[in-house]
Design a protein around this ligand. Structure first.
Ligand SMILES: Cc1cc2nc3c(=O)[nH]c(=O)nc-3n(C[C@H](O)[C@H](O)[C@H](O)COP(=O)(O)OP(=O)(O)OC[C@H]3O[C@@H](n4cnc5c(N)ncnc54)[C@H](O)[C@@H]3O)c2cc1C
Length: 416
């Protein structure tokens, strides 16, 4: 089939690879100058356990009520410039967390995460690339109630065979020797098979691998409109649509606006967050694997010779300006948990603000759209890196009318 893909973030790049591997004639249209320039640019990099990623799902845990790191701002969600639409969206998120469907949806996400992790590992091995992978994830529990908030996901992870052990504070400090002895710690959860890696790097690898299989990438190509019956898309600056046998929408945050003229309403919101990446200062003082602080809803990961801290959740855009108290909290958390691990005052420090393409129930839309020839692979929210390779393989199977290895029903557009 001649298939067009809109967007070359991690999801579009993975989709291009899988469809090209199935022998399709693939064309990717990306408005930016390269792959992974938007949400996939500098994510925290956590691959597993994805369900424990802060903001993974509305049923998962409350943020800090007390200010532990910063006098200014902890990291609960902020609504800046989002107006009544943002408040309504946040209400839907809260409702979805309490909904009777929430446990079933968490289970469906867990299956997608597990499948995707296996697919990411297989591909990384097949391409023989080092994507700055680190093994092992430690969830730091500053208070007993942190554990309670994680229970719904923990049970699912353990039922699925993932080893997640309770460890005391001393054992946590043996697993991560750089952890500060001064920061209070009640205990931790340890997932030895947890994993983090460099999302942008893998998107570039997937793009190359797709190109090697014949996929064409058109950069600086802004898709203005999608068409169904006949299937196609129209680029800005072109007067006629280009025809394809199928179009896969992987446009992240822009997906809702592209879909809207055809009818479906995708309740997508931009949930902005930040990462700060700093050069490694001292190996023994830096994290060896991924570390999650559920109380502050932040993640600290190793990305090769850098340490990255990620957090913050802003609905709306706040005029695009960075929120200084959130950044201050991230710096404090990094030096609080791993003192001396990273060169946070280096000129090479990279501060990035990106938008998670979130749907109000925390799950992506994946599969047929109900419109002829139009397929969806978007809205992966806080876990797009963790879910990209599995989502792409499942979508390629659905396009080929093969049964995907994961049930796509929970991710259908019709749920909205
Ligand atoms: C601070 C932060 C930390 C995160 N940490 C993690 C993590 O630890 N683990 C994890 O799994 N996920 C994480 N995420 C989430 C993850 O980054 C996203 O879910 C993922 O990158 C989404 O990928 P995507 O390909 O759908 O979107 P994008 O990467 O945004 O790609 C969409 C692409 O579509 C293109 N596009 C849009 N409109 C058009 C158009 N009209 N024409 C042509 N092209 C178009 C865009 O330019 C863009 O390149 C994090 C996100 C943030 C912000």
């Amino acid at each position: 089939m001649r298939i067009a893909i809109v967007g070359a973030g991690i999801v579009g790049a993975a989709t291009a690879y899988e469809l090209a591997a199935d022998g399709h004639e693939v064309s990717v249209f990306e408005q930016r100058g390269s792959a992974a320039e938007e949400a996939s640019f500098a994510s925290a990099g956590l691959l597993a356990p994805a369900l424990l990623t802060p903001w993974a799902h509305p049923a998962m845990g409350a943020a800090a009520r007390r200010r532990l790191w910063s006098r200014g701002q902890t990291l609960p969600s902020l609504v800046r410039g989002a107006g009544s639409a943002g408040l309504a969206w946040r209400w839907r998120w809260a409702q979805a967390g309490r909904s009777p469907q929430a446990p079933a949806q968490l289970a469906a996400l867990q299956q997608l995460d597990q499948y995707s992790l296996a697919r990411t590992r297989t591909l990384a091995q097949q391409f023989e690339v080092d994507i700055e992978t680190s093994r092992g994830t430690l969830v730091l529990l500053r208070r007993p109630e942190c554990l309670q908030a994680l229970q719904p996901a923990l049970q699912l992870l353990r039922d699925a065979g993932m080893v997640v052990t309770d460890v005391d504070a001393d054992t946590a400090r043996l697993i991560e020797p750089g952890l500060s002895g001064d920061t209070p710690l009640a205990g931790a959860l340890h997932a030895p098979d947890g994993e983090a890696g460099n999302c942008r790097l893998f998107a570039l690898v997937l793009r190359q691998a797709a190109q090697d299989l014949g996929a064409q990438f058109m950069f600086g190509a802004n898709v203005r409109a999608l068409a169904s019956a006949p299937t196609g898309l129209q680029l800005a600056g072109e007067s006629a649509p280009r025809r394809f046998d199928a179009v896969v929408l992987c446009a992240g945050l822009a997906s809702a606006a592209l879909l809207r003229p055809l009818g479906p309403r995708l309740p997508m919101a931009a949930m902005h967050g930040y990462t700060i990446s700093a050069p490694l200062r001292e190996e023994t003082h830096a994290p060896q694997g991924a570390v999650i602080d559920p109380l502050h809803r932040l993640i600290i990961t190793r990305q090769g010779q850098r340490v990255r801290v990620s957090g913050g959740a802003e609905l709306g855009h706040g005029g695009g300006a960075q929120h200084a108290p959130t950044l201050q909290t991230l710096y404090l958390a990094l030096s609080g948990w791993f003192p001396g691990g990273a060169l946070t005052s280096s000129p090479q420090v990279q501060v990035w603000r990106g938008a998670r393409p979130m749907l109000p129930d925390g799950a992506p839309v994946l599969g047929a759209s109900g419109l002829a020839g139009l397929w969806l692979n978007t809205g992966h929210g806080a876990c797009g890196w963790a879910q990209a390779c599995g989502s792409a393989r499942a979508l390629a199977d659905a396009v080929a009318a093969r049964a995907p290895a994961v049930d796509l029903q929970p991710f259908a557009l019709t749920r909205f």
